[in-house]
Design a protein around this ligand. Structure first.
Ligand code: ZN
Length: 414
């Protein structure tokens, strides 16, 4: 009950910001509060964000004991998390602090510590940003997840109900339950939404659809919207924080009332950057100037919703989705995954599914139907020519579906 009240408090206190000065003052005040409360040896004693070192997951994990403010050691937290996983307990705790283990797509394991207050705050905020208006109506939320989570159970009330759909079970087995439930809000990874949009016997008509956890590609977005007749929203969230959400116009905005996001530019001309995040509210394991491995594309237009939160054109993937090429002059050349995607889907042959993996100077290309390989081959050579880069060798294979519990990455480097 206490938790529900806390969540409601955070739900109600989440505001919209339409004035840049107000947001700036708010952020400054939150930063000062965060800095004043810091203990331990890792972070500097300073009230200037620029004095803090820029860190990444590796540094964050190597300094786990010195960074967390509750005196929990890495070894003990890891043991607790692994023991819990073995007996399928999804929220192991040490002295009231939840320990989370994230495998991460690029291999390195992450250990996260969250207090009850932090998780209530997170739940209140995310509900406020996700629920369709009016808030005071019956919300039935269908949530497709790769791993179970009991984070939301405490939110269930007479107005809001959560139903989990486990992605380890074949999608077809969920259709009947979905039809009976008739969810008002459907939340799932992009590829699951796409498959649902192609399912003929599905009779649901959600008021809002939210894509999570994977890159939402424009053609998938269009297909899903066409089938369900509503726009597809997105949330951009990871273990490190809840970083962006779409407004009613479908524009993705950074959650700048939760985090300060500095930009580490990868390519200024193409507006691509990696976010460096500072979270105001994580005090158990403070996240300050933490650089993520994601590629975001900044937007150059203003959103009509009036929010001052920075608009983002899209989330393109992770840094290791970028292919490393050579220019004809022999310089290193970064080819962003979006160019490969566009070349393939616009080629002169039908493409239902594909996956591209770079291994050294070879691209392994999996496609369905396989008979389209020549069209893809030509399209990619055209792309190399346009960019002035040395062509890679192509090896074609028939595409076969991956289990849904695996996160989809269509283009990446191995
Ligand atoms: Zn907007």
């Amino acid at each position: 009950m206490v938790k529900k009240i806390r969540i409601l408090k955070h739900f109600l206190s989440t505001k919209h910001f339409t004035d840049p000065i107000t947001l700036q003052k708010y952020q400054e005040q939150k930063l000062q509060k965060l800095f004043s409360g810091l203990k331990g040896s890792f972070y500097p004693r300073s009230h200037q964000l620029s004095d803090f070192p820029i860190i990444n997951k590796k540094i964050f994990m190597e300094n786990f004991d010195a960074i967390n403010q509750v005196g929990i050691s890495y070894d003990y937290a890891l043991k607790t998390a692994l023991d819990a996983e073995a007996c399928r307990d999804f929220s192991p705790k040490i002295d009231g602090i939840t320990v989370g283990l994230s495998s991460g797509t690029s291999g390195s394991r992450g250990l996260f510590l969250v207090s009850d207050e932090e998780s209530s705050q997170w739940a209140g905020y995310i509900l406020r940003r996700m629920l369709p208006k009016p808030y005071w109506q019956q919300h039935k939320i269908a949530f497709f997840l790769r791993a179970n989570s009991n984070l939301y159970e405490s939110v269930t009330s007479s107005l809001v109900s959560f139903s989990f759909f486990d992605l380890q079970i074949p999608l077809q087995e969920h259709i009947g339950t979905l039809n009976t439930l008739q969810p008002t809000l459907l939340i799932a990874p992009a590829q699951v939404l796409r498959l649902l949009a192609q399912t003929p016997h599905l009779t649901i008509a959600p008021k809002k659809i939210i894509s999570v956890a994977e890159v939402l590609e424009a053609e998938d977005k269009a297909r899903i919207e066409q089938r369900f007749g509503v726009i597809v929203h997105q949330v951009y969230q990871c273990t490190e924080g809840f970083l962006a959400h779409t407004c009613e116009h479908g524009t993705l905005h950074l959650n700048e009332d939760l985090v300060v996001i500095e930009k580490k530019w990868i390519d200024v001309a193409q507006r691509r950057f990696s976010p460096i995040i500072t979270d105001f509210n994580r005090t158990t394991q403070p996240i300050i100037r933490y650089q993520l491995d994601d590629i975001l594309v900044a937007s150059d237009s203003k959103c009509p919703c009036g929010s001052v939160f920075t608009p983002i054109e899209k989330i393109e993937g992770r840094c290791d989705d970028i292919l490393t090429m050579r220019s004809l002059e022999g310089e290193m050349y970064l080819l962003f995954p979006d160019f490969i995607r566009r070349a393939i889907i616009t080629c002169d042959a039908p493409i239902h599914e594909y996956q591209v993996i770079q291994k050294g100077d070879t691209l392994e290309i999996f496609i369905d139907p396989f008979s389209s390989w020549q069209g893809v081959d030509e399209a990619l050579h055209m792309l190399y020519h346009t960019h002035g880069i040395v062509p890679l060798h192509h090896r074609f294979y028939p595409w076969s579906p991956l289990p849904l519990k695996q996160k989809r990455r269509r283009v990446y480097q191995q």
